[in-house]
Design a protein around this ligand. Structure first.
Ligand SMILES: Nc1ncnc2c1ncn2[C@@H]1O[C@H](COP(=O)(O)OP(=O)(O)O)[C@@H](O)[C@H]1O
Ligand SMILES: [Mg+2]
Length: 579
C-alpha cells in the first residue's frame, strides 16, 4: 500500500518509530498487572493485615502499586515522545523529498499540478500523513496487545463472567461499522471541499495585489465565505454521525458494569468470587472495550489520510519531463542557434501546434529582435532554446548540437533568459544578483548593474547593494526589478541571452542605453530581444516577425520595411503614437 511505501522516508528517524511500539508494550504490561494486584490487595492482604493488626504489607502493596503506576506513566511519556520524534522526522524527510522532486520538474510538470496544489501537498497532506504515522506507532501494537492480554487476564480471573463480552463486543463492533460506513463517505467529501478551499485561499493570497487593484476584495470574500460554509456543512454532516460514538460507548460500558455487578454480586454472595476480583474484572472488560475503540479510530484516520497519501505519491511519482541524457555534452561551443522545422504544442498534441514549422539560423554573436502580437508564440519560441519545454516536432541546435544532447544545467548556464514574469527573492540585492553567478566579485556585480542601468538607483537605496528586497522583490518598482533581473542574467556571462519583453517597464531612453551597453559589454554573446516597441529592436542585426505561431518574416529593419506589410504597419502606427 502507498502509505507503507512512504514510511521509507523515516530514514534515520526509523529507530524512534521502531522503539515507540516496544516502549508501549511496557505500558500495557503495567496496566495489565495493576488490576490483578489490586484484587490481591483487597481480597487477601487487607483482610489478613486486619486480622494480625500489622499494616506493613498493605503499605508495601501501596508502594508497589504507586511505583508501577509511575513506571507505566514513564513508558507512556517515552512512547509519546518517541512517536513525536519519529513522526516529525518522517514528515521533515518527506517534505524534503517532495521539495527536491518539485525542483526537478520541468515547466510542463509544474503546469500540470499548479502551485497552490503543490503547496497544499507539501503542508496539509504531509501533516495528515504525519499524524497517522504517530498514531500508528503508538496504537498499532498497544491496542491489540492490550485487548488480548486483558481477555486472558479476565478469563483467568473468572471465566464464568466472560460471556458478557459475547454480547457487548459484537454490539460495539456493529455500532462502529455502521457509524464508520456512514461517516466515511461524508469525511471524504469534506476533505475534497477542504482542498478546494485551500486552493482558493492560496490562489487569492498569491494574487492579493491584483485582487486589490481590481477592487475584487468583496467578491473574493463572498466566494471564500461560500466555500467555507460548504466545508462547515459537510463537516457537520460527518460529525452528526460520528457523535453517536460517545453515547453508544458509554451505554455499552455502563451496561457491562451493571451486568457484571449484578452477576458478579450474585457470585460474591454465593461465595464463588471475591470483591477485589470483581472490581479488577470490571477494569479488564473496560480495557477490552477501550482498545477496540482505539483500533477503530486508528483504522478511520488511516483511511481518511489515504487521500493525502495518494496526493503525495502523485508528486513523488511524477516523471520529470525533461532530464539530461546519458553521456551528455557539457560544453556549449558557441552561441549559434538553428531551428529545423520546429513545431510545439503545450499539450504535446501535434495536430494543435502553438508554434508551427519554425526554421531559421542565427550566428553566434548576432543581435536578433523578435516582434509579434500577444499570443503569437514569442515566449514559446524562446523557451525552447534553454529547453524549458521540449519541441513537439523538428529539432533545435545550439552551438551546433541538439539541445536534447546537452547536460541540462550546462545548457541553461549558457542560455540565460530574462523572463517576461520576473521574479526576485527575499534577501539583499547582492544575494539576488549572485543567483546568476555565485562567485561574482563586487566589481563584476557593479559592472553588470552599470550595463543594465541599475547601478545608479541601487546606489541611491539605503544600504545600496545590501538592501533587502522583501518577498518577491516588493521593495523595487517594476522597471527597477526588470533591470536587476537583466543584471542577474548578465552575471552568468552566457553564450546566449534572451530578453523576453524584459524592458517593457523601462523608459525608452534607458532601454536604448541598456542595448548600447549590452553591445559593448558582451559582443560575443548572441542576444535575442523580444519587444513590443519596434524602436527596441530596429537596430538589431535581424528582426523576426511572428504572427499566430508562424514566422512571417526575418530580416533587417530596412528589408522588412520594404517587404513586410505587418512590420511596416506596426512601425507606422507606433511612429504616429510618438508624433
Ligand atoms: N503554459 C502554457 N500552457 C498552455 N498554453 C500556453 C502556455 N503558455 C502559453 N500558452 C499558449 O500559447 C500561445 C502562445 O503564447 P506565448 O508564447 O506566451 O505568446 P507571446 O509570448 O507571443 O505573447 C498562446 O495562445 C497561449 O495561450
Ligand atoms: Mg510572451
Amino acid at each position: 500500500m502507498q502509505f507503507f511505501r512512504l514510511l521509507k522516508y523515516a530514514g534515520k528517524y526509523k529507530k524512534y518509530l521502531i522503539l515507540c511500539p516496544i516502549v508501549m508494550i511496557g505500558e500495557v504490561v503495567m496496566e495489565m498487572l495493576l488490576p490483578t494486584i489490586t484484587a490481591n490487595l483487597i481480597d487477601k492482604v487487607i483482610p489478613e493485615s486486619a486480622a494480625s493488626g500489622n499494616i506493613t504489607r498493605v503499605l508495601l502493596y501501596g508502594g508497589l502499586m504507586l511505583l508501577m503506576a509511575l513506571v507505566s506513566m514513564g513508558f507512556g511519556m517515552a512512547g509519546s515522545r518517541l512517536s513525536a520524534l519519529g513522526g516529525m522526522g518522517f514528515s521533515r524527510n518527506l517534505r524534503q523529498a517532495i521539495f527536491e522532486k518539485v525542483q526537478k520538474y520541468s515547466f510542463k510538470n509544474i503546469d500540470k499540478f499548479s502551485t497552490a496544489s503543490l503547496v497544499t501537498r507539501l503542508t496539509t497532506d504531509v501533516n495528515q500523513t504525519q499524524n497517522v504515522v504517530m498514531m500508528l506507532v503508538r496504537m498499532a501494537v498497544r491496542s491489540p496487545l492490550m485487548m488480548v492480554m486483558a481477555i486472558i487476564m479476565a478469563f483467568r480471573m473468572n471465566s464464568s463472567l466472560m460471556p458478557i463480552l459475547l454480547v457487548t463486543v459484537p454490539i460495539l463492533l456493529l455500532a462502529i461499522v455502521v457509524i464508520m460506513s456512514k461517516a466515511f463517505p461524508r469525511f471524504q467529501i469534506m476533505m475534497k471541499k477542504y482542498d478546494a478551499l485551500n486552493a482558493s485561499v492560496q490562489e487569492n493570497l498569491i494574487a492579493i495585489r491584483v485582487v486589490k487593484a481590481f477592487v475584487r476584495a468583496s467578491h473574493e470574500k463572498e466566494k471564500f465565505e461560500a466555500s467555507a460554509d460548504d466545508v462547515t456543512a459537510t463537516q457537520r454532516a460527518a460529525e452528526r454521525v460520528v457523535i453517536w460514538n460517545g453515547p453508544i460507548m458509554q451505554i455499552l460500558m455502563n451496561g457491562s458494569i451493571i451486568a457484571l455487578l449484578w452477576l458478579g454480586g450474585g457470585q460474591i454472595i454465593g461465595g464463588s468470587m471475591q470483591l477485589g476480583a470483581l472490581s479488577s474484572f470490571i477494569q479488564y472488560v473496560l480495557q477490552i472495550l477501550m482498545s477496540l475503540m482505539m483500533l477503530s479510530f486508528l483504522f478511520v484516520s488511516f483511511v481518511l489520510a489515504r487521500a493525502s497519501v495518494t496526493r503525495i505519491c502523485e508528486v513523488l511519482d511524477e516523471e520529470p519531463e525533461i532530464e539530461s541524457p546519458e553521456n551528455a555534452e557539457t560544453e556549449v561551443e558557441d552561441g549559434s542557434i538553428v531551428f529545423e522545422n520546429v513545431g510545439f504544442s503545450y499539450s504535446g498534441d501535434a495536430s494543435n501546434l502553438v508554434l508551427e514549422d519554425a526554421s531559421f539560423a542565427i550566428r553566434s554573436g548576432e543581435t536578433i529582435g523578435v516582434i509579434g502580437g500577444t499570443g503569437s508564440a514569442k515566449t514559446t519560441l524562446v523557451s525552447l532554446i534553454p529547453r524549458l519545454y521540449d519541441v513537439t516536432c523538428g529539432k533545435i541546435l545550439v552551438g551546433g548540437k541538439d539541445v536534447r544532447d546537452y547536460d541540462i544545467h550546462a545548457l541553461r548556464n549558457q542560455v540565460a533568459m530574462v523572463l517576461q514574469k520576473n521574479v526576485l527573492f527575499s534577501g539583499s540585492i547582492k544575494d539576488n544578483l549572485r543567483w546568476g553567478n555565485e562567485n561574482a566579485t563586487d566589481e563584476e556585480i557593479v559592472a553588470a548593474c552599470q550595463a543594465s542601468a541599475a547601478h545608479e538607483f541601487v546606489q541611491s537605496f539605503p544600504g545600496g547593494y545590501d538592501m533587502d528586497l522583501g518577498q518577491g522583490g516588493v521593495n523595487v518598482s517594476g522597471g527597477q526589478k526588470q533591470r536587476l533581473c537583466i543584471a542577474r542574467a548578465l552575471l552568468k556571462k552566457p553564450k546566449i541571452i534572451i530578453f523576453d519583453d524584459a524592458t517593457s517597464a523601462v523608459d525608452t531612453a534607458t532601454d536604448a542605453r541598456i542595448r548600447e551597453a549590452l553591445r559593448k559589454h558582451m559582443p560575443e554573446t548572441t542576444k535575442i530581444i523580444i519587444a513590443q516597441r519596434i524602436t527596441s529592436v530596429m537596430d538589431a542585426d535581424r528582426i523576426m516577425v511572428l504572427n499566430d505561431g508562424r514566422i512571417m518574416d526575418f530580416g533587417t529593419h530596412d528589408e522588412l520595411m520594404q517587404r513586410s506589410t505587418i512590420y511596416k504597419e506596426v512601425f507606422t502606427s507606433q511612429q504616429k503614437g510618438v508624433a
